[in-house]
Design a protein around this ligand. Structure first.
Ligand code: SF4
Ligand code: F3S
Ligand code: FES
Length: 254
């Protein structure tokens, strides 16, 4: 390295970290072994506002309080495991920049709603995944195994392109007031994943899936509130997909 480059690097290293800000993260904590009630706890961090909420949670867990409990895996918006309620809105912690959250005010972080709280930011996802399993989220075909791949036109593929993007994060279902009500509603995520196969020209179980969603806790419980569409970190038009499933149930054309 030339001495000029070294001087610059040394000078930068000596400079105060002026890009850091002090931000307060107000996290809703819950530990059933300590208390039956959840309560808010504040953590003050020196942090780069260009970092993500997930980085702040890591900083808290690794440097301040190792008991802080949350889920995450990929850290890049793919696995869907870190949906949480940030400043009152469902988002992925790994896709939410601190600078976009008005960090002059405390940033609130809490678990998603409508599912049983287990600890801190972790909820029981089993009812969510049960609804997903119930709509048969896999391709169903019968007989005459093809000797080559099943072909599909670009137009037919386009019909369910949007709903293939789901990462099962539950941001939609846990933002739906109908789901909050009793947790019995299948919820938008299950319907999105049913849509993905109902409108697939290669699939043969569309009628069966429609009947499953014709249930009293199926699509008709949707009141077109649109929270789900606003919450989806993948930009899926969730409410539109639900409407298409409702229409298919009425017309039996899909
Ligand atoms: Fe998450 Fe969107 Fe899939 Fe709902 S539809 S589970 S918000 S990715
Ligand atoms: Fe709920 Fe979305 Fe319908 S928020 S009511 S599933 S449009
Ligand atoms: Fe995988 Fe955020 S950690 S989506």
């Amino acid at each position: 390295m030339s001495s000029a480059v070294m001087d610059k690097a040394e000078a930068e290293a000596k400079q105060p970290a002026s890009h850091l800000i002090t931000a307060t993260f107000r996290i809703r904590r819950f530990n059933p072994e300590v208390s039956e009630e959840a309560s808010w706890e504040d953590f003050q961090l020196e942090i780069d506002p260009k970092e993500r909420v997930l980085d702040a949670l890591h900083q808290i867990k690794w440097e301040i309080d190792g008991t802080l409990t949350f889920r995450r895996s990929c850290a890049h918006g793919i696995c869907g495991s870190d949906a949480m309620r940030i400043n009152g809105r469902n988002r992925l912690a790994c896709k939410t920049l601190i600078k976009d959250l008005n960090p002059d005010q405390p940033i609130t972080v809490e678990a998603i709603k409508g599912l049983t709280l287990l600890k801190d930011l972790v909820v029981d996802m089993e009812p969510f995944f049960q609804a997903y399993r119930d709509v048969m989220p896999f391709l169903v075909t019968s007989g005459n195994e093809p000797t080559r791949e099943r072909l599909q036109s670009a137009e037919d593929r386009e019909r369910f392109d949007d709903t293939t993007k789901c990462i099962l994060c539950a941001a939609c279902t846990s933002s739906c007031p109908v789901f909050w009500n009793d947790g019995q509603y299948f919820g938008p995520a299950a319907i999105v994943n049913a849509h993905r196969f109902i409108f697939d020209s290669r699939d043969e179980a569309g009628e069966q899936r429609l009947e499953i969603l014709n249930d009293k806790d199926g699509v008709w419980r949707c009141r077109t509130v649109f929270n789900c569409t606003e919450a989806c970190p993948r930009g899926i038009e969730v409410t539109k997909a639900i409407q298409e499933v409702k229409r298919a149930l009425i017309t039996r054309r899909f």
